[in-house]
Design a binder for this molecule. Structure first.
Ligand code: ASP
Length: 345
């Protein structure tokens, strides 16, 4: 049974649609003051939690979220880690999967819930999905079993599912169900009850002290392949000044053109110490280098297979690893293993 004792939750409001209310006079959507959260959502009082909040000022549309914002969120969690049982991050949906992935890598040995949520409609609008998302996220962040948090990891709660942060992608701009986790089951589903998928939740590491990594290296790029991509464009990308890593979004199970110019370009970049990670353009399934001739050559050249990692997790994992070390062998070794449940071992 999941016990819900009186508990303390910190709500970190970064911005996004969720935090908007309709101005009584103009009808326009505007951010509301988060210290008034209990006024906006009086239902929250029923929890009986100690609820504290921290609001970004100004709130950010999540298209403006960047590594500095992630460092800010991580620092707030670090400063308040011992005083709260769990954390809610209210965030725009557009880049939520990147942020949840980034925080997963930044918060090593996390042993408390960090639940990202947001909404497709503002909290002040009549048909809003915000209240339900917020209320269920709070319940999840507070849930204990045997005195320990039920979900000691970074998750995204949306509509009726809790997904692992590093496994999630936004795939719908219209439905309330905005996210998918194509390669990993939901950690929880909410219906009449919140049903936890205990075997999918990570319970390792919880005895080690939290380590917060605040350095991220964003000198990387996503190169999405398409039929007809030109030599000139590919060469230009690999020649970018300061480039440290390329996330190459390939076709199907990790396939790319096998024309000589393309492979030469890849080899030349690898020779200059640029890391290249192969991730698939598909939402579900895995990169399997060597399955086809068109990926065997990449593998032989030294491209690192990302298996079933999402692009969002690949980007943030590389940002994290390339900031921790300059040693390509060490980085390649850590790219090939799951650090925060981001890929299937
Ligand atoms: N543009 C908004 C954002 O990501 C959309 C949302 O919140 O859903 O901040």
């Amino acid at each position: 049974m999941v016990e819900n004792r009186k508990t303390s939750i910190l709500v970190i409001y970064t911005g996004g649609t969720i935090g908007m209310v309709q101005d009584q006079e103009t009808g326009a959507l505007k951010p509301f003051r988060f210290d008034n959260i209990l006024q906006e959502v009086p239902e929250l009082k029923k929890f009986g939690f100690n609820l504290s909040s921290y609001a970004f000022n100004p709130p950010l549309d999540s298209s403006n979220i960047n590594p500095e914002a992630w460092v800010r969120i991580a620092a707030i969690i670090e400063q308040n880690y011992d005083n709260f049982n769990g954390f809610i991050v209210l965030h725009g949906t557009d880049t939520m999967a990147y942020s949840a992935s980034a925080l997963s890598f930044m918060l090593e040995n996390l042993a408390k819930p960090v639940i990202f949520t947001g909404s497709q409609l503002p909290i002040g609008s009549l048909r809003t999905d915000a209240k339900e998302n917020l209320i269920s996220s709070l319940e999840i962040a507070a849930a204990l079993k045997g005195g320990e948090p039920v979900v000691p990891e970074v998750g995204i709660f949306f509509e009726n599912r809790l997904y692992r942060g590093t496994r999630t992608t936004k795939n719908n701009t219209e439905d309330f169900n905005a996210f998918v986790s194509g390669n990993y089951p939901a950690l929880a589903e909410s219906g009449v009850h919140i049903r936890y998928n205990y075997s999918a939740i990570r319970y390792d590491n919880k005895k080690l002290p939290l380590i917060v990594h605040k350095e991220l290296n964003s000198n990387l790029i996503i190169l999405k392949l398409f039929p007809g991509i030109s030599r000139n464009m590919v060469e230009s990308v690999f020649q970018l000044q300061g480039l440290r890593a390329v996330i190459m979004e390939t076709f199907g199970a990790g396939n790319a053109p096998d024309q000589e110019w393309f492979i030469t370009c890849v080899k030349e970049a690898l020779g200059r110490g640029i890391l290249i990670m192969n991730v698939t353009q598909c939402n579900t399934g895995s990169v399997e280098m060597g399955l086809y001739e068109t990926s065997r050559l990449l593998s032989e050249a030294g491209v690192i297979g990302g298996r079933d990692i999402t692009t969002e997790a690949a980007v943030t994992k590389l940002m994290y690893l390339t900031a921790v070390s300059n040693d390509n062998n060490w980085i390649a070794k850590h790219l090939a293993i799951s650090l925060r449940g981001e890929m299937t071992d």
